[in-house]
Design a protein around this ligand. Sequence first.
Ligand code: GDP
Ligand code: MG
Length: 163
Amino acid sequence: MSFTLAIVGRPNVGKSTLFNRLVGKRLALVDDQPGVTRDLREGEARLGDLRFTVIDTAGLEEATDESLQGRMRKLTERAVDMADICLFLIDARAGVTPTDEVLADILRKRARHVILAANKSEGSAADAGVYEAYGLGLGEPVRLSAEHGEGLNDLYSQLMPVS
Ligand code: GDP
Ligand code: MG
């Protein structure tokens, strides 16, 4: 059975890097798809023997009149509502920020299933941030490095039983 995974998190945590790693060149440009704007990128992902749709909450970096918090909340809510599973990324090198807390709250209230991942986890500089992530109350964080392709086995192990 196929499922939809939304990658959510504040700007710069590595969502698009992970999206690109999961989708590779199989990117479906969303402009052609009804109901999906350029703020949400959709692609067909592969991880081991899993095949699923992945959504990247993009477009947050563009400057608009609306506040980042407001846009991020709306976009995250839309992605959450489209998804069977949410992959919530934090930046392990930055630790847990107030914005992460806001998003964690949305996910706790709204998401069907959340997997927490501490990205940028390569090397020991990430250890403190990974530890902080436990405090979000969203379970044990998966240690990921989207850039280096590390932790994808652990991500698979968390996705497999709920897929
Ligand atoms: P997004 O705004 O959440 O989509 O984040 P991006 O995917 O654009 O990544 C933001 C920055 O973090 C870029 O400079 C990436 O190269 C970097 N980045 C992404 N993943 C990793 C990682 O696993 N480790 C490190 N050190 N940097 C990363
Ligand atoms: Mg991005």
